[in-house]
Ligand binder design. Structure first.
Ligand code: AMP
Length: 275
């Protein structure tokens, strides 16, 4: 695997790389990231990964400084997964001057769920992935469904801005007890780690109820919120949404249940598509 820290070095190397399948990350890689890299092999001649902790998508009181940085272990995993090129720029390479131009999702997408909880987050995400897409010029980009709203925002951005890129949504990889793998799981105390799978179990409870014909989503959501609070969680939302745009369902659309909740000081995010 070649490691590139400058745009020129990566671009030179990619001239002979054929069609590129690309998976952007913030590092501290786990089996969820590795599954994106492995799937990427089916979507191009070469797999490119990036590691960049993007300050622009973190709020002022969020965990940018303490976000885990494990570069050497990450490189070993990427090598093993068949990644040909890693782009790992410093902040000074991606943002040599303060960014003056931004990609901002329309308010319908930016103001709901994660967008409402983390003002400016999707502007930071959309701006950095646009920069990365322009640098890497991939044919396909692999993103995890774990970050469901991010996947939707990027998918819609690529379509609306006519970027010639196929966006591939990949299934969430979980620990055996159901907890979705996440770099932030490393923040969990032993006790919180034991408690953490409850979030996914609540999503399953709601999905089962919908499967049995329940349509009183607000009742199901309130019960899950209450249950989480009783077990020491501070939930931000548990919500049944339509998959296409994450707005509340109005009829017979395909659904996803999305949730974000804090256990101790760690904020966990999860979702489950309703079959
Ligand atoms: P991050 O490094 O957290 O920004 O994530 C980089 C990419 O990996 C994003 O497309 C995430 O959605 C994806 N990802 C993170 N966790 C998982 C997981 N447990 N399963 C599958 N994909 C994941």
């Amino acid at each position: 695997m070649q490691i590139h820290t400058t745009v020129d070095s990566l671009r030179d190397a990619l001239r002979s790389a054929g069609k590129v399948a690309f998976a952007p990350t913030m590092g501290n890689l786990h089996a969820g990231h590795v599954s994106l890299m492995r799937q990427a092999r089916d979507y191009g001649d070469s797999v490119v990964a990036s590691i960049f902790v993007n300050r622009l998508q973190f709020g002022p009181r969020e965990d940018f400084d303490k976000y885990p940085r494990t570069f050497e272990a990450d490189c070993n995993q990427l090598c093993e997964a068949g990644v040909a090129h890693l782009f790992a720029p410093d902040e000074s390479v991606l943002y040599p001057t303060p960014q003056q131009y931004f990609v901002t999702p329309a308010s319908a997408q930016d103001d709901i769920l994660e967008g409402a909880m983390r003002p400016g987050h999707f502007r930071g995400v959309a701006t950095v992935v646009t920069k990365l897409f322009n640098i890497v010029q991939p044919t396909a980009v692999l993103l995890g469904k774990k970050d469901y709203q991010q996947l939707m925002v990027i998918r819609n951005m690529v379509r609306e801005l006519n970027m010639p890129i196929e966006i591939v949504g990949c299934e969430t990889i979980r620990a055996p007890d159901g907890l979705a793998l996440s770099s932030r799981n490393g923040y969990l105390s032993e006790q919180a780690r034991t408690e953490a799978p409850r979030l996914f179990r609540q999503l399953q409870v709601i999905a089962d109820a919908i499967g049995k014909g329940r349509r009183d989503y607000d009742v199901l959501e309130s019960a899950a919120l209450e249950h989480l609070r009783e077990h020491g969680w501070q939930p931000d939302y548990v919500s049944v949404r339509r998959r296409s745009d994450l707005l509340p369902p109005t009829g017979n659309e395909a659904l996803v249940i999305v949730a974000a909740a804090r256990i101790e000081s760690t904020r966990l995010l999860d979702n489950l598509e309703v079959a």
